[in-house]
Design a protein around this ligand. Structure first.
Ligand code: SF4
Length: 198
């Protein structure tokens, strides 16, 4: 039987399946349009996300908002979440066991949202959802169709903050994302005149 959003949120808020629960202030499940055809999946909550209980609200989140706007999409029109729902200490990469324990919640989110296109933000979601051997620097921008859902691996916005030279490739991925949504008749954004990520 399908879990409801209420049940899922309650279960995650009370979850202690992995050690990440010990250090959290809030669980961060996700937000946005729960019926959006486009889901964005990041790695895990950072400090600001842990404090607020919302995904992508820190510096990387602000850049993500700009990235979406650059292809005419509002944040409220997509669904945004992470692979793990609790903040790893010092923002380290989640351990495989932590990802494994938390994956069932992400699967339930897939069932509830039923996205047609999933943008994997960075190495962790790309490995968890597409290919454990994924090399993000080599394979970003390559579409993968799995069980009727299109996956696109790209850089995490935090990577663009550390290395602005990655913005050019990220912009190519965003244009490819818009083209795929348009091809599938799923693009609902505004037509905007931009030539990159600011
Ligand atoms: S990260 Fe996921 S599995 Fe681990 S305690 Fe938090 S909600 Fe539970």
């Amino acid at each position: 039987m399908q879990t409801s959003w209420t049940e899922l949120c309650r279960t995650v808020e009370n979850c202690h399946l992995c050690p990440l629960s010990a250090g959290r202030k809030h669980t961060v499940i996700g937000e946005g349009d729960p019926h959006s055809p486009l889901m964005l999946v990041g790695e895990g909550p950072g400090e600001q996300e842990d404090l607020t209980g919302r995904p992508f609200v820190g510096a990387a989140g602000q850049l993500l908002d700009k990235m979406l706007i650059s292809i005419g999409l509002e944040r409220s029109c997509v669904y945004i979440c992470n692979v793990v729902k609790c903040r790893p200490p010092q923002n380290r990469v989640p351990q495989p066991e932590e990802i494994s324990q938390c994956m069932n919640y992400l699967r339930q989110q897939f069932v509830l949202v039923r996205p047609k296109v999933i943008l994997c933000l960075g190495s962790t979601p790309s490995k968890a959802l597409i290919d454990p051997q994924m090399r993000i620097t080599r394979q970003r921008g390559q579409w993968i169709l799995k069980r009727g859902v299109w996956f696109l691996p790209t850089y995490h916005p935090a990577a663009l903050i550390y290395d602005a030279s990655k913005k050019r490739e990220s912009w190519e991925d965003l244009k490819a994302l818009k083209a795929k949504l348009t091809e599938l008749n799923l693009y609902t954004g505004r037509q905007v005149e931009t030539d990159g990520i600011r």
